[in-house]
Every structure is written in C-alpha cells, then in structure tokens.
Design a protein around this ligand. Structure first.
Ligand code: PMT
Length: 224
C-alpha cells in the first residue's frame, strides 16, 4: 500500500461506545475507549483518504485532518452514519454500539428513596445491518465483532446477514486484545470462510492491516 493509496477515497469510521440514558444523569454504556476506531481514522488519513469519524463519547482528542462527528446514543450514531454513508466508498464500524437501551428513560433523576426500579430494555437499531441493506456496488463494508464465546460461528453469520466484505474479530477475553488496551489480537474472517489470524500488535498496526486488505476497485471515487 502506497502512502497515498487512499487518495480520492472517502472513508467513514465509527469509534467508541454509545451511552443509553436511564435518566438525565445516568446511562448504560461499555468499555470502548475509541482507540481502535481512532487508529483506523488516522491511518486512513495518512494514506490520503478523506476521513469522516463518527465517534461516541471518548477521552481522545479529535485527530487533525479528520472530520469528527460526536454522538452519544445508538440512535444518534445511526442517524449520523446513514447521513454520511451514501458518499463513502469505505465504511469501517469499530464502534461498540449498545444493542439495548432503557425503554423509557426517566425524565427526572431516579431517587434512591423509591423502591429499586426495574429497568426494561428495548433493542436498538443494528446500524451495520442497515448499512448492509443500503450497500452500493463497489462500496466496501467492514464490521468488527467483540465476542466472548462462539467466535467464528458468530462472525460467519454476521458477514452473511450484514452483507460485509470482511469482519474483524477480537476475542475480548484475551489480555492485550479488545477494549481499552493499546494493542489488539484479531482474526479477519472473509465471506468465503477464509480466516487470517494476526499476531498481537498495536491498534495502529491492526488498522494498517485492515486498510491493506480493503477490496477497493481500481478507480477510486473522485470525492465530492
Ligand atoms: O474502542 P477500543 O477500546 O479501542 O476497543 C475496540 C473495540 C473492542 C470496541 C473494537 O475493536 C470492536 O470490536 N468493536 C465492535 C464492538 C461490538 O460492538 O461488537 P458487536 O459484536 O457487538 O457488534 C458487531 C458489529 O455490529 C460492530 O461492527 C458494531 O459496530 C455493529 N453494531 C452493533 C450493534 C448495533 N446496534 N449497531 C451496529 O452497527
């Protein structure tokens, strides 16, 4: 991959967790730090791509030269991503989007002198599935999967269901892989069942490996 190999290509990356409110001051979320998605955004920028980074709440600064769109909830991420996916030739979904949200967030702070509340959850929209439905010819769609069990079966199913070019599987139970840490250990799984396991490496190096493997058509879009 040349240094400017993504010149003229728009790459949309998602990163970080989402926050699903329980009341005005509390939320359900997860351990994603955003490091994996931000490394992807920076690596794509350094290859000359126009990069749009849709980010949940994280403690990382905006990468220079990248258009950053900050969101909180899965619903906000869905809207931000769908709005921008139509003009992106490559979409890489490293965000850890909540699968469920509190069905009826309280309008006021839940007080502790009331009986312990039961929180009913409702499913969020699967953003990757929506992207798969809308996928245009030539568009490349890469998903991530953070699993703790049944790793490969789940990956294969997701590729098929969501119309992906490949999926980046991290076994989040391994030390040095997945959430929060600076390194990752991934297996790339392709639609034909082929698998490629990479050794432990920095998230930036994982990002470079992912970009090296994008099945881009020879003529990149001329941008917009
Ligand atoms: O942010 P870091 O601390 O660096 O950690 C990196 C990471 C572990 C978050 C990252 O490498 C990763 O695995 N991201 C995906 C985590 C995840 O939510 O996996 P999942 O198996 O639940 O979801 C699978 C795919 O569907 C993901 O691409 C996810 O973005 C997408 N998804 C999930 C739910 C939903 N409602 N919409 C989605 O698009």
């Amino acid at each position: 991959a040349g240094r400017r190999s993504l010149e003229g290509v728009t790459v949309l990356v998602t990163a970080g967790p989402t926050r699903e409110p329980l009341d005005p001051i509390r939320f359900l979320s997860n351990r994603s730090s955003g490091k994996m998605g931000y490394a992807l955004a920076e690596a794509a920028r350094d290859r000359g791509a126009r990069v749009v980074l849709v980010s949940g709440p994280v403690h990382l600064p905006d990468p220079p030269g990248v258009e950053v769109v900050r969101v909180e909830t899965a619903a906000e991420m869905l809207e931000a991503v769908l709005q921008r996916a139509a003009t992106a030739q490559v979409v890489i979904k490293a965000a850890a989007v909540a699968d469920f949200r509190p069905a009826r967030p309280a309008a006021h702070k839940i007080k502790k002198d009331t009986a312990a509340p039961l929180v009913e959850l409702a499913p969020t929209v699967d953003i990757l599935r929506e992207l798969g439905r809308r996928k245009r010819p030539g568009q490349v769609l890469v998903g991530f999967a953070a699993e703790t069990h049944d790793l490969l079966d789940n990956a294969q199913r997701k590729i098929r269901e969501k119309n992906l070019d490949f999926i980046v599987l991290n076994d989040v139970t391994q030390p040095g892989a997945g959430f929060e840490v600076d390194t990752n250990i991934v297996t790339l799984v392709y639609p034909d069942g082929r698998r490629e396991s990479l050794p432990a490496m920095s998230k930036r190096a994982v990002a470079e490996a992912i970009l090296d493997r994008l099945p881009l058509e020879r003529e990149p879009e001329t941008g917009q």
